[in-house]
Design a binder for this molecule. Structure first.
Ligand SMILES: [Zn+2]
Length: 246
């Protein structure tokens, strides 16, 4: 059923003149075939697990950490997808969640736990590994979120995540949330996944390389940028994964 929904979403986003298939290794599945539905980078997927370029980069970054996943309690800020499936298979335990604006952290909707990264319901030092992809730029107060991610990690625990990173030293704040009202400093920028339905989500900022300083401010040590090996044809921009440790 999920495969059918995925296929339907892919077909809806399909531009026939851009359609292409190519063999490439997937960090989750091993040897695989990638399909290009359209020229949008998110329109490139692993045919076996539906991983996007971002997910594949996360997979390589995770492997590079050489963690003993069988002894790892993990936390991922999405409830499905190839990264969730991979962690479900290999980690000792996995907590997954989505963000629902109208629910408090820890509440459930249709079997899915809600977590607001700025106010997590998890206890201190719950996890050895925390991951998220393309989430932090949509969180109104990222300092609060990073402090929370630090709190729920155990000493020595790793944080691995992706955000769109811009070729700039300084992060550009695009919008603020004050007293529940969004104030735009720049034209609103919405990110959307063409293979998922629903409207786009507002990006509160465009991160520059000072994201590493933000991690240090939140208490993380040795923050670094991992450049994932680029094995998927058609993806030309290097995919970067941000890594830090508690
Ligand atoms: Zn795959």
């Amino acid at each position: 059923m999920q495969l059918l929904a995925r296929l339907r979403a892919g077909l809806a986003a399909l531009q026939w003149r851009d359609f292409a298939l190519a063999q490439a290794p997937c960090s989750f599945c091993g040897p695989s075939i990638f399909v290009r539905f359209n020229r949008d980078e998110t329109g490139v997927r692993c045919l076996r697990c539906a991983a996007s370029a971002v997910h594949v980069a996360m997979g390589w970054a995770l492997r590079a950490q050489r963690l003993d996943l069988a002894a790892t309690d993990a936390c991922e800020f999405s409830a499905r997808g190839p990264l969730v499936a991979y962690l479900h298979r290999h980690a000792r335990s996995l907590k997954v969640s989505e963000y629902f604006a109208d629910l408090p952290s820890g509440a459930m909707r249709d079997g899915v736990r809600c977590e607001d990264m700025q106010r997590l319901s998890y206890a201190d030092a719950s996890f050895d590994l925390v991951t998220h992809t393309e989430v932090l730029e949509h969180v109104p107060d990222d300092a609060l979120a990073l402090a929370e991610l630090h709190r729920v990690l155990r000493p020595g625990g790793r944080l691995l995540f992706t955000v769109p990173l811009f070729d700039s030293d300084s992060t550009v704040e695009r919008a603020y949330l004050r007293d529940g009202v969004i104030e735009h400093r720049l034209a609103p920028s919405y990110h959307r996944d063409p293979l998922r339905s629903g409207e786009g989500i507002l990006a509160f900022r465009d991160y520059g390389s000072d994201i590493l300083t933000r991690l240090q401010t939140a208490g993380f040590v040795a923050p670094s940028l991992y450049i994932a090996p680029q094995k998927i044809p058609w993806i030309t921009t290097p995919r970067i994964v941000v890594i830090a440790q508690k």
